[in-house]
Design a binder for this molecule. Sequence first.
Ligand SMILES: Cc1cc2nc3c(=O)[nH]c(=O)nc-3n(C[C@H](O)[C@H](O)[C@H](O)COP(=O)(O)O)c2cc1C
Length: 389
Amino acid sequence: MARILLGITGGIAAYKACTLTRLLVRAGHDVFPLVTEAAERFVRAETFYALARKSRSDDPYPHLERADLLVVAPLTANTLARLAHGLADDLLTEAALAHDGPVLVAPAMNVRMWEHPATQENAALLRSRGVEIIGPAEGELAEGEMGAGRMVEPEEIAARIAELLGASPSAPGPLEGRRVVISAGGTREPLDTVRFLGNRSSGRMGVALAEEARSRGADVTLLAANLAVSPPTGVTVVETPTAADLEREALARADADVIVMAAAVADYRPPSVLGEKRPKDGAPWLVELEATPDVLAALGAARPPGRVLVGFAADGAGNGLARAREKRLAKGADLFVFNDVSRHDIGFDALENEVIVLSEAGERHVEKAPKREVAAAVLDEVERLLSKR
Ligand SMILES: Cc1cc2nc3c(=O)[nH]c(=O)nc-3n(C[C@H](O)[C@H](O)[C@H](O)COP(=O)(O)O)c2cc1C
């Protein structure tokens, strides 16, 4: 049993903290709720005390007692800023300053509040101090907007808390003990010190695959190429901004059990990079691009027996599927995931995807669905192949 300080701050998602409190109490933990004044506009502190089987104590300092973990869920933009800057103007922030153990926070706010540079800088500051930020998830927000800002579901937070506290999951996941490498995002090839050639990939598909693989028990390394979304918690993140970085880091891990190359890797790049910003002089700037090495084919060639290699083909509707079929064979990949990037509702920079998974066994059409569900379908195919080897 662990002692957990559970901070609840003033957002609509405070109601979800009731479920989280119950899950933690049911898991046998001693939960101490720290409810901000603003949170009490949504759910009364008494509700959390009752769920945590606590009563308001006469001791003025129970929040300063040693705890195994501090969790703040939901975390408002306001308290995120207060934590980042070390304020101590209520019980929660006092407890946070006095706490010297692990901290897990689950932000929940409007997408524009989350994306504001002030919030992003505060989040980076917390991360740099070792605070783990889970989410926010993408989807429809309470006020009807779409985007990143939803608090991660209580079940997922509780599962992460169990991992952080070292509790073994009730049953080992199907990918337990497997090393899985996933690339995500889009590479950027520099032209000079400030300009680059890039693509519209956000990294959502690769991040969804990494989350899904982690939840199935895998030891996940995410090769991150300029992600527009937060990487998931509980995975090792290696930054790979260019095609050359991605090639180097992927080949260094060619012996992983599973490699999924979901990143959009540049096919062409400038052969050399100017050492300074090219001044504007009105003259045309002619750049001849060279082909980048084919990382997937190199991985296919270097692949030890028994490993599973998955490629992604981002192509148009016309002959795209036929090209993907040819590529799967040419590159030595077990699975090829074809998605039609000529559509705007799926694929690049969209929340959903619709794919065709090509393998030796045939072709499986995965209907349009949130990327996490598509990721689950792809990993089902990976597990099927692993079970045969
Ligand atoms: C209806 C309503 C909903 C709110 N939802 C959020 C939210 O989801 N996230 C957030 O950061 N702030 C939200 N706020 C603003 C916070 O409540 C406000 O910044 C408050 O000062 C936060 O205090 P706290 O961080 O001490 O809990 C909301 C305010 C109102 C009135």
